[in-house]
Design a protein around this ligand. Structure first.
Ligand SMILES: [Zn+2]
Length: 428
């Protein structure tokens, strides 16, 4: 009996080790001409696209995908190894405790939200809306006057970190929560936002993935669902219920794809929690932060047919781009998701707009290109990205409080020259 237990323990250890060793991470970046890629998509699952350069798309691929591309006969025009270091772009001056430096990990984020609730009991309320696959809390902080009661004020929802490797997307929502609470008595614009709206902020939608990206594989994107066959992860931003699985280009039915949509709409606890929470508290406006690319995107992501509110969302996106430009001079392009080349279906922004009816935007934070660091944003980037997005967050909240379509757009010359909408001809 005892011997059997020892043998059993040994076998469990053996298979756990085998399991970890067999897990293969994508490590190669390849460039393919976009018309070749269109042909490739007819018979293969979509690849994990990092950026485009001229007429070429660049993808992160694992050994198996690389073999499939080679066997398909299309030309690989460029190829290099992806950077793998955990600490690229980080400085020694790091202020948080973990190896992700000044960036907040799951525990640091959770502690800060709970600390804010304690410091500002009348204005902040931490709400655990569910648990991730690995059992981590899914934390939302509600910020409003009379925070304990549900008032008839517009709900604004701000979320970060659907994708694990996009660390900077945690920081903007989190720092906004802190800023609102600490500046309520100092800044009339903040007071107006907090008094007039119910602001819900969720810095980390995918905590398991974030921790995996910090401690194991920096370029991890999906959640940590085990799909069988040594394959992990569902792309939670392809798992929402609006037009889920509409086609196999905007998401994939293949578990090893980086845009795997899961077995069913809302199959993942991270999206289920949001479905329940936001159905009960539907937002009139939402912002979902990602990186990178410097884009402001709105529905639809699944089709080229313009959304019925396309003109209004275009005007808001332009306002957002303008406010960013005024702070930092950084240029964010804007347009509907599909015109930005990011074909997607089952994503958060389409679902909020299509099912809940809220005006919904995805903001791709800096940098613009892979060679500027891509996902490896520096610690210094946190302050500058927050500074340029703070007026955006305040503008966006106040826009729904006044309930007016009036846009205060000031069409200044340097802005008009530099910040242009996305070209709609870019499509595949
Ligand atoms: Zn993303």
């Amino acid at each position: 009996m005892r011997r059997n237990t020892i043998i059993l323990s040994f076998l469990i250890l053996y298979f756990t080790a085998l399991n970890i060793m067999s897990q293969e991470f994508p490590d190669t970046v390849i460039g393919i001409n976009r018309s070749d890629y269109r042909v490739y998509l007819k018979t293969h699952a979509p690849l994990d696209r990092l950026y485009c350069q001229g007429e070429d798309f660049y993808f992160l691929v694992d050994r198996n995908e690389l073999r499939q591309v080679e066997e398909s006969g299309i030309e690989i025009r460029d190829r290099y190894l992806a950077p793998q270091e955990n600490l690229v772009g980080l400085e020694i001056s790091s202020s948080q405790g973990d190896i992700n430096g000044a960036y907040h990990n799951y525990n640091e984020t959770r502690s800060l939200l709970k600390e804010l609730e304690t410091r500002f009991p009348g204005m902040a309320q931490e709400i655990t809306i569910g648990y991730s696959i690995e059992g981590r809390e899914l934390n939302v902080i509600k910020i409003s006057d009379n925070v304990q009661s549900n008032e008839s004020e517009p709900n604004i929802f701000i979320v970060g970190c659907h994708h694990a490797r996009e660390w900077i997307s945690v920081e903007i929502p989190l720092l906004f929560a802190k800023y609102l609470l600490e500046n309520y008595s100092l800044d009339p614009q903040v007071r107006r936002a907090v008094d007039g709206a119910q602001i819900y902020i969720m810095p980390i939608q995918n905590p398991d993935g974030l921790e995996f990206s910090i401690h194991t594989y920096r370029l991890w994107r999906k959640n940590r669902r085990y799909n069988g066959g040594f394959i992990w992860g569902v792309d939670t931003n392809r798992n929402y219920g609006y037009m889920w699985g509409y086609d196999d280009n905007g998401s994939s039915p293949a578990p090893d794809s980086e845009v795997y949509r899961g077995t069913a709409p809302f199959s993942e606890p991270e999206t289920q929690a949001l479905q329940q929470f936001l159905t009960a508290n539907p937002p009139v406006g939402s912002l979902s932060f990602h990186s990178y690319g410097q884009d402001i995107l709105y529905p639809w992501g699944y089709t080229f047919t313009p959304a019925s509110d396309a003109a209004r969302m275009y005007a808001i996106a332009r306002e957002i781009a303008y406010r960013i430009f005024l702070v930092s001079g950084r240029v964010y392009t804007y347009g509907s998701m599909i015109t930005s080349l990011y074909l997607s279906n089952g994503d958060f922004t389409d679902w909020v707009y299509g099912t809940l009816g809220g005006l919904a935007f995805t903001i791709e934070l800096p940098p613009e290109y892979m060679h500027e660091g891509g996902f490896f944003t520096s610690e210094q980037m946190i302050a500058s990205a927050f500074a340029e997005n703070l007026p955006v967050l305040l503008y966006f909240t106040n826009y729904f409080i006044t309930g007016s379509d009036e846009i205060g757009f000031d069409d200044q010359e340097p802005f008009r020259e530099k910040v242009s909408p996305l070209r709609t001809s870019q499509s595949f």
